[in-house]
Ligand binder design. Structure first.
Ligand code: FAD
Length: 488
């Protein structure tokens, strides 16, 4: 790397942290000043520009990063897209010699980044990019034939057998400031925060930013990871890490997580070692999602496996709205959808249940669900969301078999046995006894009355009959399978 004293630009994107940030370190390693920039260019992300909940998070995360950079004697310069034009203007105005960033893997964004890199190099700038988001980059993990994996277990085995990811790097102690800073827009001018009280619960649930991510990781390692195998499927317990939005925005990286857990993994306590292994497997699913999206870029819009593409799906606006609002009359689904709306997050088990209900009971297109999640999740992530939806719809890699239709009553009874998750998010059922809370329509009228529940008034009757809809879905999937056999 050259050692001239001209400034280098650090382009922050989904790597909003100081620790283990290789692009930032690369700038620090040069003798010259660093100019950290963030460019707001949602139009460059096509159909998948950050949704409402992500924008709320982004605003806070950027505020936090700006404060941390000031602590290093630096700043964060806010600019508007087009990204290439902004980078060129900063480079021309400051005499910068280099531009560094950490890689993203979404199809449209990585194509844009490549184009920007080539253009800047033609301008005579040094350009270098780094991995801050993944343990194993997509082009490294492939079958011996060179083809990408489509099944998780062999994929993860291959990852674990490959070269270990390096230890995370420390944050720079200081960053040299340029003699003159380029002009910055006020962050508020991006209007990322919605002007309503919709985000009240999100505000009390989350602490966006690097500190919030580190605090969550530490709490999880100290208090919850050992019980992860028992609690991870229970939405009524705080048994998972809650790291997903921090990971998405790069406020914490997977190398840091791996490192924090490795001390426990080496422990003589086999229970902790098993828990860490299971937790790292989930991080592995995240790696798998990124790997798939990289190798199969069309999957954000089209099924990976074509044979379920022609299932007749309906555009049923009222059913979609009932699902979105958490008014289906199935308590576990309504609890999940209201958790999503209020907290900007939903437990993984419940994500699978609500997604199955949308694509199988309601026979609505999975993309309609994926879009709603995209707008309302604080962890909305193109790789993980695409993987989750295609898995549930049975058309993705290593997908749930098409005949698996989650039963919302049995799932509720199994994973929220005393109904406390439902009571929390569906307060109109708070006084229902556990025996009936997952199927209130089965309760005798005296019990409904005593609980203050009036079906169809204070809480909806079931939108559809699950058993009938299950059979209808199975018939549709069977037909699609037969059609695909005929076509091939
Ligand atoms: P933990 O159990 O603590 O897991 C740790 C980390 O591992 C997570 O933060 C996440 O990064 C990763 N992870 C865990 N499970 C999965 C999984 N099944 N697939 C991929 N990565 C996983 N996750 C997102 O981050 N963004 C999404 O937009 C998203 N959409 C989903 C949509 C559907 C329909 C489904 C079924 C799942 C989706 N997931 C998504 C995956 C998963 O539900 C969340 O990652 C998880 O609930 C986040 O909570 P946590 O951090 O407490 O998880």
């Amino acid at each position: 790397m050259s050692q001239d004293s001209r400034p280098s630009i650090v382009w922050f994107r989904l790597d909003l942290r100081l620790r283990d940030n290789l692009a930032l370190l690369a700038a620090g390693a040069r003798r010259g000043p660093a100019i950290p920039v963030f460019i707001w260019a949602p139009e460059e992300e096509g159909n998948w520009a950050p949704g409402s909940a992500s924008r709320w998070w982004l605003h806070r995360s950027l505020t936090s990063l700006e404060a941390s950079l000031r602590g290093l004697g630096s700043r964060l310069i806010f600019l508007r897209g087009p990204s290439l034009r902004s980078l060129r203007e900063v480079a021309a105005g400051t005499g910068a010699a280099a531009v560094f960033w950490n890689r993203r893997y979404e199809p449209l964004v990585s194509a844009r980044d490549w184009m920007i890199g080539e253009s800047l190099k033609k301008d005579g700038l040094e350009v270098d990019t780094f991995n801050a988001a993944l343990l194993y980059e997509p082009w490294r993990v492939k079958k011996t034939s060179g083809a990408p994996y489509q099944v998780f277990t062999p994929f993860w085995k291959a990852c674990l057998a490959s070269e270990h990811p390096p230890a995370p790097a420390a944050a720079p102690a200081r960053l040299a400031a340029p003699r003159k800073w380029p002009a910055s827009e006020p962050l508020e001018s991006f209007a990322l925060e919605p002007g309503t009280d919709w985000t009240n619960v999100m505000g009390s649930t989350w602490e966006p930013g690097e500190q919030g991510g580190l605090a969550r990781l530490q709490k999880f390692v100290k208090e919850a990871v050992a019980d992860y195998p028992d609690n991870r499927d229970r939405p009524d317990r705080s048994g998972t890490s809650g790291l997903s939005p921090h990971l998405h925005f790069g406020e914490i990286g997977p190398r840091q997580i791996r490192h924090a857990l490795s001390a426990l993994h080496g422990t003589s306590r086999p229970r902790s070692a098993r828990a860490v292994q299971l937790f790292m497997r989930q991080i592995g699913w995240r790696e798998f999602g990124h790997n798939l999206l990289y190798h199969f870029p069309h999957t954000t819009d089209k099924p990976l496996r074509g044979h379920f593409a022609d299932i007749p799906r309906r555009a049923d606006g009222p059913a979609l709205r009932a699902w979105e609002k958490g008014e289906t009359g199935y308590p576990i689904i309504d609890a999940g959808m209201r958790e999503l709306w209020n907290a900007g997050w939903m437990h993984n088990r419940v994500r699978m249940i609500v997604a199955s209900f949308l694509v199988k009971d309601l026979l609505l297109p999975w993309r309609a669900g994926a879009k709603w999640f995209w707008d309302t999740l604080v962890d909305a992530d193109l790789a993980n969301n695409t993987l989750g939806w295609q898995w549930t719809a049975g058309c993705g890699a290593d997908a749930a078999p098409f005949f698996r239709v989650f039963n919302p009553i049995l799932q509720g009874k199994k994973f929220d046995p005393d109904g406390s998750y439902v009571r929390r998010w569906v307060p109109e059922l708070a006084r229902m006894p556990a025996r009936y809370i997952h199927a209130p329509w089965q309760a005798p009228s005296a019990i409904l009355h005593a609980a203050g529940v009036s079906l169809g008034r204070s809480y909806p009757k079931p939108l559809v009959d699950h058993q009938q809809r299950r059979l209808r879905a199975l018939a549709a999937y069977e037909q699609a399978k037969r059609n695909s056999r005929v076509q091939h």
